[in-house]
Design a protein around this ligand. Structure first.
Ligand code: HEC
Length: 157
């Protein structure tokens, strides 16, 4: 009988631990912010890495738009591919763990959206279709920027 009690205590502790890990995974590393957005707290280097990726996003968007205007579908495909999931392979797992689940979901959906633009550009070769895809994808940029910001954690130095 006593052994059962100990077993139950162990099970409860493990369950609580599991819930805490899942909560952390979903919530990420966040802090209260002075505006209506969620502040994601990252190290200085992690923040720089993400902001660099963001500037690449803007460059890719401009170049893809111009390539669509010029009917250069091969270029559209190549540019969109490099902004797709391929670009995610250098993102460290430790950084991904700090990003709240809804932001990660939106981020990956955006990468996959670029992959879809790339695939359709060579398969369908219809510039107006690519243009509509890009127009729609830009709503992901707007949605994420409206919800999240990145702050660098205090290092105490
Ligand atoms: C999953 C979320 C997310 C998506 C999707 C996203 N961004 Fe961002 N972006 C951010 C966050 C968070 C910041 C930092 C904003 C802040 O701290 O105020 C940012 C910042 C930026 C910056 C500023 C970079 C700098 O050096 O300060 C640019 C430019 C940018 N994003 C472009 C884009 C473009 C273009 C897209 C779409 C193709 C996009 N972003 C999609 C989250 C996202």
């Amino acid at each position: 009988m006593k052994n059962f009690k100990i077993l139950w205590v162990i099970i409860c502790v493990l369950l609580l631990l599991l819930i805490a890990i899942m909560y952390k995974f979903i919530q990420g590393s966040v802090a209260v912010s002075d505006d209506e957005r969620v502040a994601v707290v990252l190290s200085k280097d992690e923040r720089n890495l993400i902001l660099g990726e963001m500037r690449n996003f803007l460059v890719s968007t401009q170049k893809i738009s111009e390539a669509i205007t010029n009917d250069d579908m091969e270029l559209v495909a190549a540019l969109a591919k490099s902004a797709g999931m391929e670009a995610e392979k250098n993102t460290p797992g430790s950084l991904l763990a700090k990003i709240p689940l809804p932001m990660k979901t939106l981020g990956f959906a955006t990468r996959k959206g670029f992959d879809q633009i790339s695939a359709d550009a060579v398969k369908l070769r219809i510039p107006i279709h690519s243009r509509r895809q890009l127009d729609r994808l830009l709503n992901n940029c707007i949605a994420c920027h409206a919800s999240f910001k990145i702050v660098a954690e205090e290092t105490g130095q």
